[in-house]
Design a protein around this ligand. Structure first.
Ligand SMILES: Cc1cc2nc3c(=O)[nH]c(=O)nc-3n(C[C@H](O)[C@H](O)[C@H](O)COP(=O)(O)O)c2cc1C
Length: 276
C-alpha cells in the first residue's frame, strides 16, 4: 500500500492563496502562484505537526494525514474576548494564598489542563506532563519535606538560605503559618524528560495559561516557588512527587477555591521599555 502523503488538498475547495505555505514554520509546503500546494519531498522528516497549514486554510481544503481539517474546531469569532475583558482578566489575576477547605472536582482540573495544553511549546513538542497532587496528605508531605530542606539549608548556612530569606520564612512557619503551600488543597506539577531543554520554558508558559484559565472558573492559584526550589536541591521532595522515570519537575502551582475575593487591581511598577 502506498504511504499516505504528509497532507492532502481538496482541489475543489483550495483557492490557491498560498497561506499554508507562507505560515509553515519549517517551509515544507511547496506553492507556486496558481497551483495547488503540495508537500516537499522531505516534508515528513521535518514536519512538527503544528497544524498551522490546516488551521490557516480559509476553505478547510488542507488536511494533514495526522490532523484532518474536520478534527480541527472552527474559531468562533463571536466569543473572542474583547481587549477590555482580556486586560481585566490578566490584571485582576492574583496569587491566592488563602483557600477554602474544599476540593476541586477532578473534571474541572482536567478541563483546565485540556485548555492549558494549547500553550506554545518549543518545537511543538507538547512534551510537558502534568502530575496533580490531589490528596491532601500528599500535599502536606510535600510541604513538610520543603520545610525540612529549609531547616537544613538554614542550619548549614547555605547561600540560598539568605537569598530566600529562610530565617524569616522559618520563623513564620514556626508561628503556625503555611508559607509553603498556603493550605491549598491541590498542587499541580509540570514535568518533562530531563533531556528536554525547552521543556522548562514550555512548562512555565503552560502553567501561566492554566492559572488564567483557572480564574475564569472561580479558582485560585499560586506558583509554588519555594517548593520548586527546594525540590531542585533535595531529592526526598523529588521522590515524593513520584514523577515518571527520567522526568524532572519544571514548575508547580497551588490550586483551590479562594477564600477571599479581590475588589481592586493593585498598581504595578511602570514597565521598563527600551525602544531601539
Ligand atoms: C516563579 C514564581 C514563584 C513564586 N513562588 C511563590 C511561593 O512560593 N509562594 C507564594 O506565596 N507566592 C509565590 N509567587 C507569587 C508571587 O509572590 C506573586 O506573583 C507576586 O507577589 C505578585 O502578586 P500577584 O501574583 O498577586 O500579582 C511566585 C511567583 C512566581 C512567578
Amino acid at each position: 500500500m502506498p504511504l499516505k502523503p504528509l497532507f492532502e488538498v481538496n482541489t475543489s475547495l483550495c483557492i490557491k492563496c498560498g497561506a499554508c505555505a507562507a505560515t509553515c514554520p519549517v517551509k515544507i509546503v511547496e506553492f507556486s502562484k496558481g497551483e495547488v500546494p503540495k508537500p516537499v519531498v522531505w516534508a515528513k522528516k521535518v514536519c512538527i505537526n503544528c497544524g498551522h497549514c490546516v488551521a490557516v486554510c480559509p476553505k478547510g481544503a488542507l488536511s494533514l494525514a495526522t490532523m484532518p481539517a474536520d478534527a480541527c474546531r472552527q474559531i468562533d469569532a463571536n466569543i473572542t474576548p474583547s481587549w477590555g475583558a482580556v486586560s481585566q482578566l490578566l490584571r485582576s489575576r492574583r496569587s491566592i494564598r488563602v483557600y477554602q477547605d474544599r476540593q476541586v472536582e477532578k473534571s474541572e482540573i482536567e478541563k483546565l489542563i485540556h485548555t492549558a495544553r494549547y500553550s506554545p511549546t518549543g518545537h511543538n513538542s507538547q512534551s510537558v506532563s502534568w502530575t496533580v497532587v490531589y490528596e491532601r496528605s500528599r500535599v502536606e508531605k510535600l510541604k513538610s519535606l520543603t520545610v525540612d530542606w529549609m531547616r537544613k539549608a538554614y542550619a548549614d548556612g547555605a547561600p540560598i538560605s539568605k537569598t530566600l530569606g529562610l530565617k524569616g520564612v522559618l520563623m513564620g512557619i514556626d508561628a503556625g503559618n503555611d508559607l509553603i503551600l498556603r493550605g491549598a488543597p491541590h498542587i499541580i506539577i509540570t514535568h518533562a524528560s530531563k533531556d528536554d531543554r525547552m521543556a522548562p520554558s514550555s512548562a512555565i508558559i503552560t502553567l501561566a495559561y492554566f492559572e488564567l484559565a483557572a480564574k475564569t472558573l472561580g479558582l485560585g492559584t499560586c506558583w509554588a516557588g519555594f517548593m520548586d526550589i527546594a525540590a531542585s536541591f533535595y531529592p526526598p521532595i523529588r521522590e515524593a512527587m513520584e514523577l515518571p522515570e527520567g522526568h524532572a519537575s519544571c514548575s508547580s502551582m497551588m490550586l483551590g477555591y479562594p477564600k477571599y475575593q479581590y475588589h481592586r487591581i493593585p498598581t504595578r511598577k511602570a514597565p521598563d521599555i527600551n525602544w531601539r
